[in-house]
Every structure is written in C-alpha cells, then in structure tokens.
Design a protein around this ligand. Sequence first.
Ligand code: NI
Ligand code: MN
Length: 232
Amino acid sequence: MMKATFLGHACLLVSTEEHSVVIDPFLTGNPKATAKPEDIKVDAVIVTHGHGDHLGDAIDIANRNDCLVIGVYELVTYCQRKGAKKVHPLHIGGSYNFPFGRVKFVPAWHGSAFVEEDGSIVYTGNPAGVLLFMDGKTIYHAGDTGLFGDMKLFADLHPIDLAFLPIGGNFTMDINDAVEATKLSRPKIVVPMHYGTFPVIEADPSEFARKVQEVCPTTTVKILQPGESVTL
Ligand code: NI
Ligand code: MN
C-alpha cells in the first residue's frame, strides 16, 4: 500500500510500508504547511528546481535523515555547497534505481535559480518534473511548469496512477491549462497543487475538479488539504 500525503504548496510525501520520499519540502515559511522539517522521516529528498518554494528545507531534512538530495546536477552541486552531505545528480530524461524505487526526471517549462539573501542569483540547472516509481505505482509530480504536449509522450510510456499538477497560474499552468495537462497525461487520480499559498496564485480547486470531470471521465480529482493523503 502506498500513501501520498500533500504537505502544502508543492510538497508531497510518499510512503510505502518500507520507504518514504519527500518532494519539494517547502515547510519553513510556508503559510500552508502543517508539518515541520523535523517531523519528516524519509529515505530521500527529491527537488524539482532551485526556487525557494521548492528547495525549501530540503538540505536540512536530508542531513537530519542522513539521506540523499536528488535533483539535477547543477542543483545538487549547489546543495552540496550549502551543506548537503549526500546528493545524487540526475538530469532530464535520465532515471536511476534507488533502494526505495526509481526516479526519472522529465521536462518542466519554468526557470531554476536560487536567489541568495544578498540578492545574488545562482543558476541551479534546468527545472524538472518527477516520475516516481515505487511499489508498482507511478506518481507524476509536475514541478512548476507551463503546459506542454510531451506530457502525453511520457504518460504513454509510463501510465500514471497519481499526478500532482500546479493550477495556480502566474508562475505555472492555470486551471484551464492544468485540465489540458490532465487530458494529456491521463492519470487515474489527479491532485491540484501550487495554488492559494500566496495571493498571486489564488485558484479554486473545485473549478479544476469540475472541468476535469467534464473532459476526463477516467480521471478522479482529489482535492487535498495540507496534511491529507490519498492511498493507492
Ligand atoms: Ni518555481
Ligand atoms: Mn513554485
């Protein structure tokens, strides 16, 4: 049995009986977070890109758990410089079998740089989406992205059980584009994310649910409040 718990914004905790992985653990400073970094017990931390609302507490959580930060090469090199003890570089199109399961990075149309406290900007490579294969299930975490047609390509190759798609607009897909992304990726279950955390990404998840139900009858929409889970 696999449990996917939404921890607010774009943070997802995936647990099986044996393993746990967290993606984009932005908890400190996240007004919607219901968990603290010290609560997170995981085998790995996956980060989609270097923006603060995704990198978040990744280094702290990885070091507390003595586990890997997994991200694109430039991002994990940056994490090492910031104190991450264990990292694993991947890149878009690449995948690797970890003890907890397989991770494959897919494209995301976005930016990826970390803005330091002094305002300097550090390039952290290409942004990525994540395909996570654990316990016979496939989870797609889209990261921050605009809509693109190749979602259909990798969903054809790797049928998706559960997708987390951004709907908040401004920085990512809005509701209508996320509905198109659902049509392309045809997940069994889709969970909207990356909305409502800040005023500029306000969106109504029930509008997303209604529109998906109209055009994607094979997909179930689950709206999760931070702390809530779906079980696969
Ligand atoms: Ni971003
Ligand atoms: Mn973001």
